[in-house]
Design a binder for this molecule. Sequence first.
Ligand code: XUL
Length: 520
Amino acid sequence: MSWALGIDASTQSCSALVIDPAEGTVIAEASVNFGQRLPQYGAPNGFIPNGCSGEVHADPRMWLDALDLLFQDLTEQIDLSRVKVISGAGQQHGSVYLGNDWETVLAHLDPGKPLSLQIAPALTRESSPIWMDDSTPEECREIAQVLGGDKEVCRRTGSVMTERFTGPQIRKFFKEQPNAYVETRRIHLVSSFFCSVLTAKDAPLDTGDGAGMNLLAINGWKWDDDLLQATAPQLEEKLPRVVTGDHPAGVLGPYFVKKFGFADQIPVLVFSGDNPSSLVGAGAARSGSPVISLGTSDTIFAALPEVSPDPNGSGHVFGNPLGGGMSLQCFVNGSLAREAVRDRFHLDWEGFTRALQEAPVGNNGNIMVPFFRSEISPRVALEAPLLAGDRAFVSGENAGSWVRGCVEGQCLNFKTQTAWMGLSPESILLTGGASRNDAIAQVVADVFQTPVDRLAVENSVALGAAMRAAAVSGRVGINDLEERFCRVLGGERMDPDPACGEIYAKLEKDFRELLGTVLD
Ligand code: XUL
């Protein structure tokens, strides 16, 4: 049997999943946590702590050491010669800067020495800015100004200028270290950096990760000349090629064949970003079912029926690895808001759930815009929730009405803010910590008037990468792969109560009005 290997190069760890596509089974899983396994890099959470003015960087040598350890761990579990195809995904937006000898170094990797030691001399920037870095508001303003404003940038690239995106990060590097910028021959994303190392040659980017740079035109998935020029000189020649997600990047390099016992000449598919890969791993890359991930912040992503940007500029459009586009919308006030309400009334999660269930659907018309800190969907600077309703609610005396107000407010905001995606889903896929909470899942189903399923897979990023790899190898189609691997929790579907439809339609109108009072 032939296996497919998916790699997830994420913020805190580098993980792998090996699947047997024909049998529908997981053969092996491994994960190298940077903080635990590589403490010498002083990055307990995967990034260098205490960066100045919002800078968040990581050491690319740490990522390379983790890749060596990851394969070492896998060899202790399985015979890697049975892997027949590989792909992967990286944390989005992070960038790696390489000089003239980059390709020579890749072509001569010696399996007797660690990757980090051999590749380090090719780096022209010691550390890599990652997605948590928000140190570039000035560069964002400068680039947007040249283009005629954020609306235009969003129309072209699918996102307004965004601090963590790679373009403004490149501009900052160019301004602060002009000589090192000139010495840089190639700027890779985390995904294409890993893919290059695996294939021992300079790898392309896919449209999924490429669109997270504020440099790629979503109309045609080509570099935008005006944005390139506004960002930094001679930038196009420093960027990799952009290809669609079904594009082969090369074959696995001899370093890995000799060191870890992989077979010769196995194909490596172009890598993608972690969110696009997760779309595939969730089984949502073709269905149009949005995935709602309830985490510290909440995220919604979906395959887009049409590649067009959010007119309000708060959502993002990336390439979908299976073709077309996908959306990504982040909500800062996710668990952060749910926890703020829980703590205000000294509840535990059980008490929070009971309070939610005991308060009536529609919360007697009491509405909360549950922003306890500045929100990005929509962009609004608030430090406390907006409230409209009866006196007891507004003065915050009653736990039930606040808990329900918070959860209903979050779901109404999800619905309002994702209308631009133009979805008409048959179901919603819920994942993340709070997704197992039936009471919360029921509110999602009732507000959207759509059945809600809970995703059974947890490592959807690595799974998505392995599935993409398996699909291009041609032996098992994506339909079968989705059926075999993208399961939802059986018997746990939450169906919407049609009686709630009208209540929430009215509440949504009132919610929009209340929110409108703080929008420009
Ligand atoms: C998306 C984003 C994060 C990273 C890291 O825009 O910044 O989700 O991809 O996971």
